[in-house]
Design a protein around this ligand. Structure first.
Ligand code: UD1
Ligand code: UDP
Length: 393
């Protein structure tokens, strides 16, 4: 039996790795040794608890207001020790966080093959998102098996000279996680959210955290939200605040006084996806939320200048609006008051996955070790829609 070590450390990696961990644990071919860095703590543990994953190793590296160098060095040192004791047959890393790239580098230094989940996303700008674009390019250079979520991400890898035989198009495992979670109607732990769900008011769901938006751009987001809250008394703005104090200090002072703004702690994934299904409009700079909301037929305004996830932009359900305060106000206003515009963006599309990404991932890893065969690549034209599966909040 081969030993595989999924390594992850933040909320989105945990959500996207959970379906793979479940598939590996059911497979007789592999022993699955889950290793977390603890780059996030509360937001990571929240996901592991929901998916009932108990890590085998936890490096617990988090520090308040941690630096990129700190995350990188503590992860490299922790994994170096771990790999000296336990040498897995391969590691699995996900996405573009510093945990992910540090995990890939540590494995590479020990001669351990790297399997990269969500490979091939590219914004084309090394500094945006920062440091994720560089992280994912570095990881691609030292990866043995590239699991690209879409054919566009595969094309990006081919254009960089990655051999086609080493790439499989799986779909994104976030859609597997979404499909298993979103229909469950979990109760909201925050009474304000339960009241909101019962009242049936219009909802603007907001998340923000990107490092390159921190500072003045994020204060602009706060000012824009204040203007929207004041102008739209019939709308409720829901902001599950990221744990990062830098984010909270920038945004919350502008909005906390409004009765139609609900700021919460990070929501457990089941609660968040239920809120996503209830929301009328989504305003975000999150990668994962950009992938999930289109499946639910929700218009998404993305507060970034570019995206490595162009598929839903092309499908017309995601609009890139940047972080200019006036633009945020006017784009939200257009979606709230122009029904034709709203309808043109609010159709469900699934360019990112069909709920079978973990099965394709498992099959691709079995093929790598000669114990099975790959499944056919993900085809977005033949996918079920979450919105058709009874997910109306
Ligand atoms: C990280 C990733 C980013 C990903 C995001 C998902 C990097 C460089 N950044 O950014 O790619 O999109 O996670 O959310 O890998 N904190 C807590 N508890 C938590 C989580 C965070 O207290 O559970 C606080 C800590 O003070 C920490 C700070 O937030 O120092 C920032 O966390 P960090 O992981 O460095 O950056 P993120 O912005 O979360
Ligand atoms: N999410 C969550 N609770 C929240 C906010 C987001 O579970 O309060 C989920 C969301 O559904 C998505 C993921 O967290 O799957 C996105 O994480 P984040 O925005 O932190 O990181 P990114 O995707 O931008 O890397």
């Amino acid at each position: 039996m081969r030993t595989l070590m999924p390594i992850y450390g933040t909320r989105p990696e945990a959500i996207k790795m959970a379906p793979i961990v479940a598939a590996l644990q059911e497979s007789p071919d592999f022993e699955c040794v889950v290793t977390v860095t603890g780059q996030h703590r509360h937001m990571l543990d929240q996901v592991n608890e929901l998916f009932e994953i108990v890590p085998d190793h936890d490096l617990n590296i988090i520090q308040p207001r941690q630096s990129l160098t700190g995350i990188m060095t503590r992860t490299l040192e922790g994994l170096d020790k771990l790999f000296s004791e336990h040498k897995p047959d391969a590691v699995i890393v996900q996405g573009d966080t510093t945990t992910s790239t540090a995990g890939a580098i540590a494995a590479f230094y020990h001669g351990i093959p790297v399997i990269h989940v969500e490979a091939g996303l590219r914004s084309g700008n090394l500094y945006s998102p920062f440091p994720e674009e560089a992280n994912r390019k570095i990881t691609s250079q030292i990866t043995a098996l590239h699991l690209a979520p879409t054919s566009e991400s595969k094309s990006n890898l081919l254009a960089e000279g990655i051999p086609e035989k080493d790439i499989v198009v799986t779909g994104n495992t976030v859609i597997d996680a979404l499909f298993t979670t979103v229909g469950k109607q979990v109760p909201f732990s925050d009474p304000a959210l339960q009241e909101l769900a019962d009242a049936g008011r219009r909802i603007l769901l907001v998340t923000t955290h990107r490092r390159e938006n921190q500072g003045e751009a994020m204060r602009g987001v706060g000012r824009a939200l204040a203007r929207i809250a004041e102008a739209e008394p019939d709308l409720t703005i829901v902001l599950p605040a990221h744990k990062n104090p830098v984010v909270r200090e920038a945004v919350l002072p502008f909005i906390e006084k409004f009765p139609n703004v609900v700021v919460t702690e990070p929501l457990a994934y089941g609660e968040f996806t239920r809120m996503l299904a209830l929301a009328d409009v989504v305003l975000t700079d999150s990668g994962g939320v950009q992938e999930e909301a289109p499946s639910l037929g929700k218009p998404v305004l993305v507060m970034r200048e570019n995206t490595e996830r162009p598929e839903a932009v092309h499908a017309g359900t995601v609009l890139l609006i940047g972080t200019d305060e006036d633009r945020i106000v006017s784009e939200v206003n257009a979606l709230l008051h122009n029904q034709e515009h709203y309808d043109s963006m609010a159709h469900a599309v699934n360019p990112y996955g069909d709920g079978q990404a973990a099965a394709r991932t498992l099959a691709a890893i079995q093929a790598l070790f000669g114990t099975g065969e790959r499944l056919p690549d993900f085809d977005p034209t033949a996918t079920p829609l979450a919105a058709e599966a009874g997910t109306n909040g």
